[in-house]
Write a protein that binds this ligand. Structure first.
Ligand code: PMP
Length: 285
């Protein structure tokens, strides 16, 4: 298995960055996770658009032209014989003597890519659903930037893991669910309306989230982008999480509240099927 580090394809075990890399010292960098289905990137351009936006918000530029970036990803996927799984891409501000302020813009950004094999056809979480627990959202004011600074997310996911749950749903001071620690949060009301929080600075606007909204629009599934409280989620007819690698993963329990009959609901199943068709290239958005 290969990785890509600053222009070179290397055996994964030899992939390393310098101790003075600002990603290591300050979490001064951004990343993307892109699903690979049948050997191709799902939502390639939207992910690269978001990478470019995240970099811009940190006053960094794309480390190479978009076309070159796509070729590097494809080369890594080919070398690793990856059919289904993900590509992880990370760009940090590069290597400079430790100082909070940015180094000169002559310092080249550091770019790293790795892959992971996954089997989207046989995922237990799709058929059985998952459980989530709530946790306070203690993150910063720019959750719209996909930065590698993920400590609050790690703490929340660890709490979920210790509670035997798959994901933590983060709750703000008003009692609204913002998103999951590494996914977007959705509920389906008794009237069959899809609800997810509007894409503000308080959440990461998931590419999967945007695709699901587009597909719902195409299929005439009613949806609302609005706030919802944890209390409303407890009473929801169905619930799910979305992310590049969880697609539409049904949620069957939130804290002590069983959702629906404790099994994935029919609209979740339909949306998952739609998304799987999309990921496999059987339909477009
Ligand atoms: N929110 C957070 C905090 C995330 O980390 C992720 C996944 N990286 C998402 C939402 C979902 O984003 P996407 O659909 O682009 O994977």
């Amino acid at each position: 298995r290969y990785c890509y580090v600053n222009g070179r394809f290397l055996p994964h075990r030899d992939g390393a960055v310098h101790i003075e890399d600002r990603g290591y010292q300050f979490a001064d960098g951004v990343y993307e996770v892109v699903t690979i289905a049948n050997g191709t990137m799902v939502d390639e351009d939207p992910h690269l658009d978001r990478l470019e936006r995240s970099l811009k918000e940190l006053r960094m530029r794309m480390p190479m032209a978009r076309g070159a970036m796509k070729l590097k990803v494809r080369e890594l996927v080919r070398r690793n014989g990856l059919k289904d799984g993900l590509v992880y891409m990370q760009v940090t501000r590069g290597v400079a003597p430790r100082n909070h302020a940015f180094p000169s813009d002559k310092v080249p950004p550091a770019i790293v890519m790795t892959t992971k094999k996954m089997d989207f056809a046989k995922m237990k979480k799709f058929t059985d659903g998952v459980t989530v627990v709530s946790a306070p959202d203690i993150r910063w004011g720019r959750c719209d930037i996909k930065t590698v600074s993920l400590l609050p997310n790690c703490l929340a996911k660890q709490a979920a893991t210790e509670a035997g749950a798959y994901e933590a749903w983060l709750v703000d001071e008003k009692g609204n669910v913002t998103e999951g620690s590494s996914s977007n949060a959705w509920i389906i009301t008794k009237d069959g309306v899809l609800v997810t929080k509007p894409a503000t600075n308080e959440i990461l606007n998931g590419i999967t989230r945007q695709t699901i909204l587009d597909l719902a629009k195409q299929d005439g599934v009613p949806f609302e982008e609005r706030e919802f409280t944890l209390e409303e989620a407890y009473e929801a007819k169905e619930a799910f999480v979305s992310s590049a690698t969880s697609f539409v993963t049904p949620v069957v329990k939130i804290d002590d509240h069983v959702i629906g009959n404790g099994h994935p609901g029919s609209l979740c199943e339909k949306l998952l099927g739609t998304y799987q068709d999309y990921a496999a290239g059987r339909r477009s958005r």
